[in-house]
Ligand binder design. Structure first.
Ligand code: BGC
Length: 477
């Protein structure tokens, strides 16, 4: 029986017909432990907005540029981390890479919490960034390889759920510690998930796909016995060996068969950022304050936005393996267009939001965030764990991840300047437009990967997604 022929009705919570409870426990356990890396990604990117308010005072006043450095150098570190992690994960394995990542997280957040002078804090943010970048690609990579195809969508997206939960947690911590102005604790609390990730990874096994690729088939078989129903194991090993044996090297990242998949990953990465999500995640309170809302109203709207982000990610996890990736991606991206246009319309009367316009603006932002969370948020990270050939999977995911962090950096540093230049209304219309362009691209180019083994997706993309990028036909059931 081939792995893709399994029942299509299973989801994360249902029991598999032939899969014993233990199998599900091991798979979900592996995904949940690894997803702590996603939690750290979300927490560390979200925490700085609140912390900034207080560390300014402690370091005797910081210029805007100094504040921007503390915020955005994490993104530069993340680009470097994603670059290195791809190579390292392919060379030493996914598990050791995650162990090192957890250590770097711990060192970085402690350095930030105890930084005696400003430049040490800046250095600490770069170090944290290295770990964030590494986690952002190694977590979906590892979960994607550990998960059986029928529940892979939901499992890999636990990572996105962890990211959004991390962001929400950081908002709540910032809010809770605001009265004591304790920015050191805001940064330092992240050491708890970092230690949990390290200890948790000690209890996990190496990715079976990576082991097979190293010729360590016996070890892979032992691991797969924990993660699969017996009948699936031989078929999977044979499939992984077959695709691993193909001559694809790092130099072939741009080879004909791989190029379409590379483009899909890189363009999804860029679209995920240039449609504006992090301008909302990082700057929503300032935007709303600027529009005349009081402090607490702005913070409350931010927390609600964070909660919608988490809630809609849960919806995505429930649906990804049932409806498929494309319907969620397309509906979600269409919702982002609608949300941005509503927000822009709220600002039609001027840069200040009064009365109903304030509600309209917030409603637009919530629709936008919820739509991102149900589609492009999780689907991007899932797709890049699914569409690359095994032999270059680590490196190809790195390229897409670097593109994601690079685009994030550019949007983040230019956003405030852009608001000044073309007003909030102009910026929201612009994001509505980029979302529309993204929607058209996704409809044309992004393939469906639901319930197919990674090996089959690889064959389909190589064989059928030819130079013109035509997506492969719907999967066999
Ligand atoms: C994105 C992050 C973003 C987060 C928001 C992720 O998928 O990659 O840049 O901050 O979603 O939920």
């Amino acid at each position: 029986m081939s792995v893709e022929d399994k029942s299509s009705s299973d989801d994360l919570t249902a029991s598999s017909a032939s899969g014993p409870v233990n199998v599900r426990r091991h798979v979900i356990g592996a995904a949940a432990v690894t997803a702590l890396g996603g939690l750290l990604f979300g927490y560390d990117t979200g925490v700085v907005s609140g912390a900034l308010l207080f560390l300014k005072q402690d370091f005797g006043g910081l210029t805007s540029f100094q504040q921007e450095l503390v915020t955005s150098l994490l993104l530069v570190g993340a680009m470097i981390g994603a670059f290195g992690a791809g190579k390292v994960a392919d060379r030493i394995g996914r598990r050791p890479t995650l162990l090192v990542t957890a250590l770097v997280f711990a060192v970085g957040v402690l350095l930030a919490a105890f930084s005696p002078v400003y430049w040490v804090l800046v250095l600490a943010r770069v170090v944290i960034g290295l770990a964030v970048g590494s986690a952002s690609m190694t977590v979906p990579l590892y979960i994607g390889e550990v998960a059986p195809p029928r529940i892979r969508g939901g499992l890999v997206s636990l990572n996105q759920l962890a990211i959004t939960s991390g962001i929400l947690m950081s908002y709540l911590v910032d809010y809770g510690l605001a009265s004591s102005a304790n920015w050191r604790l805001m940064f330092g609390l992240a050491v708890i998930p970092a230690v949990l990730l390290f200890v948790g990874m000690l209890t996990q096994r190496e990715s079976p796909h990576w082991l097979i690729r190293q010729g360590r088939e016996d070890e892979a078989r032992v691991v797969l016995r924990r993660l699969r129903d017996d009948g699936d194991i031989d078929a999977e090993i044979a499939e992984v060996k077959e695709v691993a044996a193909r001559r694809v090297s790092a130099r072939d990242l741009l080879a004909k068969g791989v190029r379409p998949a590379l483009w899909v990953g890189v363009l999804m990465a860029i679209f995920q950022q240039i449609t504006g999500i992090n301008t909302i995640i990082y700057y929503a309170p300032s935007l709303l304050q600027g529009a005349g809302l009081g402090n607490s109203a702005a913070l409350l709207a931010n927390v609600v936005n964070g909660a919608v982000n988490v809630g809609m990610t849960v919806v995505a996890i429930r649906l990804l393996d049932r409806t498929g990736r494309r319907p969620l991606l397309l509906t979600g991206t269409a919702g982002m267009v609608v949300g941005m246009v509503i927000t822009a319309l709220a600002f039609l009367g001027g840069d200040q939001l009064h009365g109903w316009n304030a509600y309209l603006g917030i409603a637009g932002l919530l629709i936008y965030t919820g739509s991102f969370a149900v589609g492009l948020g999780p689907v991007f990270w899932l797709m890049i764990a699914e569409i690359y050939p095994l032999r270059i999977r680590g490196q190809a995911m790195s390229v897409a991840t670097i593109a994601n962090w690079g685009a994030n950096f550019l949007v983040t540093i230019s956003f405030l300047t852009l608001v000044n230049a073309i007003t909030p209304k102009g910026v929201f219309f612009l994001f509505g437009f980029t979302s529309l362009v993204a929607l058209v691209y996704f409809a044309k180019r992004v393939p469906e990967t639901k319930q197919r083994s990674l090996q089959q997706i690889e064959r389909d993309l190589g064989a059928q997604m030819s130079e013109d990028g035509t997506p492969p036909p719907a999967p066999r059931r």
